[in-house]
Design a protein around this ligand. Structure first.
Ligand SMILES: [Zn+2]
Length: 67
């Protein structure tokens, strides 16, 4: 049981492929875990669904409005 848990954690931390949302704007600097985040309410462009690893490749950081 411990082994399985450790494996699952290692898997998810290394890939970081949780689903996140980004504003498809050239000015966007953050990605968001929540689609209804305040940071996305200001988005005048399309809100795209992506993964943490893809967002980080684009140079985006986790939104400061979320925990
Ligand atoms: Zn946010």
């Amino acid at each position: 049981m411990k082994f399985i848990l450790a494996f699952a954690l290692a898997c998810c931390f290394s890939t970081g492929d949780g689903t996140v949302y980004v504003c498809d704007s050239p000015n966007s600097v953050a990605f968001h875990y929540k689609r209804d985040c305040h940071g996305l309410n200001n988005c005048k462009h399309e809100v795209k669904k992506t993964t943490v690893s893809e967002a980080e490749k684009l140079g985006l950081r986790l939104c400061g409005l979320e925990d």
